[in-house]
Design a protein around this ligand. Sequence first.
Ligand SMILES: Nc1ncnc2c1ncn2[C@@H]1O[C@H](COP(=O)(O)OP(=O)(O)OP(=O)(O)O)[C@@H](O)[C@H]1O
Length: 427
Amino acid sequence: MGLEILWLLVLAAAAGLAIAAPGLRGHRPDVWWCLIGYPVTVLRAMATWRRLTTTTGLAVPRRPARLLVGSVVLKGDPLRPVPPRMRLPLLRQGGLETTVRMHPGQVPADFAQYAEALAHAWRMFAVRVVAEGRGSVRLVALAWDPLASPRVPKVTQYEPLRAVVGRREDGAVWAIDLHVVPHWLVVGATRSGKSTLIAALVKQLAPQRLALFGIDLKGGMELSLFEVRLSELAPDRSSAARLLARLVAEAEARMALCRAAGVRAVKDLPKHLRRPPIVLIVDEVAELYLMASRDDKAEVAEISTNLLRIAQLGAALDVHLVIAGQRVGSDLGPGVTALRAQLGGRVCHRVSDPGTAEMALGDLSKEALTAAQQITMAQQGVAVVIGEDGQWIRARSIHVAPEEAQRVARKYAEFTPVWREEEGTYR
Ligand SMILES: Nc1ncnc2c1ncn2[C@@H]1O[C@H](COP(=O)(O)OP(=O)(O)OP(=O)(O)O)[C@@H](O)[C@H]1O
């Protein structure tokens, strides 16, 4: 009797869940995922694993495709190939994750190419393949796009040279930390979210004791919003050339200071000799490299050399670059490719030409490149990011309205270091 009541209760609970499921999914997706989505997906993953790995070739036959029987060679597809062993998927926020032991001869890239097939088979938004130790891969499946409406905590305490600019797909905050990765490349087609990201960056850097510089070859339209907090803004190529020459001179002066004090970085200098960190933001970098006439050639060469010098010397001297552009292909010349090698941090929004995505991510990760090419027009602010750990991840910037960034820049205008002729530096 007791057992029958228990069964009735279980059936009633299951029926209740089935009825409540659609509403729950709409209003409380996290609760829906824990109670219904996760267990159903685990069952689905276990049920489809053999068929999926067989179809994709990830399951391998126990016996070779050719067999010697007496003096006759038998050829054919061996029956029941063995799937790689998958652990029971564990629940995680808005998704699940599991570890798969690879067969000898397999590498994580073999699984990565079927990430989309896995996502379809499991009815998930996306599946990411993460290399984990030797011999196994981690499959992280997301039930929905965590970047659709990311929530970002309010930052009240600033770590030097670190800016919280958005939310990552794994739930962590997305921070651009210039101490860890000194220089960044930010690419994206028009209306993809570059300026919004720069506004989020400036909003976080403005309250810190550092010098911000801008080169904005859209005639200063984008960065002029923050002009009061910029130590200098170059709105055209000639003024950009002068600014870069000055920053190279500043970097060299810092180098001389470090040498004289016997230290290897500006941060190790005695306090009275220390100079404020410099962050140079370049918007529309392609304009720096375009040559309309032969006269431009010398200027472009000088700019290219100086940018490269800053990138090479900058990290220890506390001079940082954030280079942004719509189109940053190798067709702009060898200077851009050489500069790219120095820009360890990469942010790739939706791009309209494959050359730019290739420039931003191609040298680091082919999977990241594929992920960037899947960002749609509707996903403004979404980007593929490669930062401190060298791994790629999707992230979305905080939507900072231009007026908001302008307000913060005004508020902290007094922090703007200015050029001191007598000292020959910005203070
Ligand atoms: N993180 C975000 N979240 C929500 N919406 C965003 C986000 N980033 C950008 N947008 C939307 O996309 C629009 C275009 O963004 P933004 O101006 O930053 O693009 P852009 O790449 O700088 O374009 P352009 O090169 O033409 O200046 C913004 O007006 C905003 O409405």
